[in-house]
Design a protein around this ligand. Structure first.
Ligand SMILES: [Zn+2]
Length: 131
């Protein structure tokens, strides 16, 4: 992924997208996790590999490294995709890395519908733990 061409999406908008999508990846249906909650869990339980700043293999549980919540531009921003919520979907980190700069039909699958779920990606936990 070309980080220089990547445009930051405001945290508030990202949360709206993850909540809209019930905290599941729209490409592979995998539940995704709120990174800030994993950071706190790691601080409270050091050496349990909940989080690593670079997601270093061996330093973070594989379940979490590939499942960080991210927001993907369905039509890539670098290819004139709009910066609107309609062009955003929730993506696990694995799919974001895999499809980041691709276009639908050219390697990137069509995003799936929103899954019915009460999963919150540990977002609720964040407010309990950060006190
Ligand atoms: Zn995925």
């Amino acid at each position: 992924m070309d980080y220089l061409k990547r445009k930051n999406i405001p945290a508030k908008i990202q949360l709206e997208v993850w909540n809209r999508d019930n905290w599941h990846c729209r490409y592979c249906d995998k539940p995704i996790f709120y990174t800030l909650s994993l950071k706190i869990l790691d601080k409270i339980n050091p050496k349990h590999s909940y989080f690593h700043p670079n997601g270093k293999t061996g330093e973070i549980l594989p379940l979490f490294i590939y499942s960080w919540a991210s927001v993907d531009h369905v039509k890539p921003f670098s290819k004139q995709g709009s910066d609107e919520k309609e062009n955003y979907v929730s993506a696990c980190w694995e799919c974001n890395m895999k499809y980041g700069n691709m276009e639908v039909g050219q390697g990137k699958p069509e995003p799936k519908g929103i899954i019915e779920s009460n999963w919150d990606g540990f977002y609720g936990l964040y407010f309990k733990l950060k006190k």
